[in-house]
Each structure stands twice: as C-alpha cells, then as structure tokens.
Ligand binder design. Structure first.
Ligand code: ADP
Ligand code: ADP
Length: 223
C-alpha cells in the first residue's frame, strides 16, 4: 500500500504541491486528473523518487521511502515520450530492465516474449522501435515497464502523442492488460474521459492541492 502524507514542493515562488495526502491500495488504478500546471507531474516525480518533497513523506507498506532512490523503489515509470532505446530492437527493449536486475538472458527473453504477446506485439520482436507506429511504441513501453513486475506502475500522460482513434484503441488495450495483471497503477492525465475510463478512483488536483477524490461515478454525479 502507498501512503502519501502532507507532501509539499515549492519551486521558487510556485507552490507545485501543497499538503497532498492520499492512500492507495494494492491493485488499484488511480488517476491524477487536473489542468496543466496543477502539479501532476511533480507529484509523479516525487512518487518515482526523481524529486524530493520539501515537506511530508511517502510510505510503501508502512516503510518510509521519501528519500529512497528511484531504482530501490521497484516502481516502473512510463513517460510521455516513452523513452525507448532507438538502437535496440523491440525484444531487447522489453528485456532491458530484466537484464539490469540480473535475470538470466534466456529467462529474460522468455518473459519479454510473454509480455509482447500480452500487448499484442507478437511477431514484431526483431523490429527496431523506430520502425513502429506511435501506438506500437506505446505498447512496447508498457510491456517494458510491466515485465519487471513492478510494485507500482507510474504513467505520465501516456497517450498524449497518439491521435484520437489510436488513443482509444491503446487505452482499451491498456485497460485489459491492467485488469489481467492487477498491477497497481497511477496514471497522470489532463483528460477527464481518460481518467474516468481507466481508473477505479480519481484524484482531482488544482493549483497544487487535491480538490476531490472519488470513483468515476461519484465524480460524474457530483462534479
Ligand atoms: P502538471 O504536470 O500538472 O502540468 P507540473 O507538476 O509540471 O504540473 O507543474 C506544477 C507547477 O510547478 C507549474 O507551475 C510549473 O511551472 C512548476 N514547475 C514544475 N517543475 C518545475 C521546475 N523544475 N522548476 C520550476 N517550476 C516548476
Ligand atoms: P508535463 O507536461 O508532463 O506537465 P512539463 O512540460 O510541465 O511536463 O515539464 C517538463 C519539465 O520541465 C519537467 O522536468 C519540469 O520540472 C520542468 N518545468 C516545468 N515547468 C517549469 C518551470 N516553470 N520552470 C522550470 N522548469 C519547469
């Protein structure tokens, strides 16, 4: 379980996060929703360990992780631009985190192949990622993130580079994958429809603060 307790973060005069607190249960898909500049990315970077809060703390299973480096948190992060390795093929991209964690090469290859099948990319494992479409690259990024069996998956506006039709397709696929794997997931988005569609609970942020928390139907009926 993740606990965020009164986390604040300031950049110069800008209060990017102001006493943000929430809990998240294992297996939950949580969306952080709000307009540009409300602090979503800052919150995600604090959770990932890429940024330290000025105040407050972050706990995982009752252990303080506020100052734990990113690689020790066992979280996976998918950025807006996917950050795939262009010189590696699809399979090698998905194997990367496993090899880094000292998984034997053969086993890593098998796990990566299984994940490529789960995200419907079977047959493309030898392609260079630069030869793939945006939607396919997005799926490689999700497969790479989930292949290491992270305690928490962090997604930062993962569909923003896709056109509307493709976005819906890839959203549906991600939803199916997350339901199947029951991965604990936090999704940052400014798209209300996307948050309502993918998340079981939504945190609405505004100017660095949590404005509302609820299930999509709570928020839909009491906006
Ligand atoms: P969002 O992800 O919701 O668009 P951000 O977390 O990126 O919001 O930003 C929250 C606020 O903090 C914004 O006003 C932004 O300009 C500011 N901010 C974010 N990162 C930095 C930074 N590294 N330096 C200065 N200001 C920042
Ligand atoms: P996002 O679109 O995901 O919210 P942004 O475009 O707000 O991301 O920020 C991208 C990067 O720029 C982040 O690393 C953030 O820290 C930095 N940044 C955002 N706002 C500012 C700012 N006002 N001054 C300096 N750096 C900023």
């Amino acid at each position: 379980m993740l606990q965020v307790r009164t986390v604040s973060k300031q950049y110069g005069q800008t209060l990017a996060l102001s006493k943000v607190s929430f809990n998240m249960q294992d297996g939950e898909t949580l969306a952080i929703l709000g307009p540009s500049g409300c602090g979503k990315s800052t919150l995600l970077r604090v959770l990932a360990g890429l940024e330290h809060p000025d105040q407050g703390d972050v706990l995982w299973d009752d252990q303080e992780i506020t100052h734990l480096p990113p690689e020790k948190r066992l979280f996976s992060l998918v950025f807006q631009d996917y950050a795939l390795f262009p010189h590696l093929n699809v399979l090698a991209n998905v194997m990367f985190g496993l090899i880094e964690r000292k998984t034997p090469r053969k086993q890593a290859g098998q796990v990566a192949l299984d994940w490529l099948e789960k995200v419907n990319l079977q047959g493309l494992e030898r392609r260079r990622v630069t030869e793939l479409s945006g939607g396919q690259q997005q799926r490689v990024a999700v497969a790479r993130a989930l292949a290491v069996n992270p305690r928490l998956l962090l997604l930062d506006e993962p569909f923003s580079n896709l056109d509307q039709q493709l976005r819906e397709e890839v959203q549906n696929e991600l939803l199916a994958t997350l339901r199947e794997t029951r991965s604990s997931t936090i999704l940052v988005t400014h798209d209300q429809q996307e948050a309502f569609k993918l998340a079981s609970r939504v945190i609405v942020m505004r100017e660095g603060k949590i404005e509302q928390v609820g299930t999509p139907s709570d928020l839909y009926h009491h906006p």
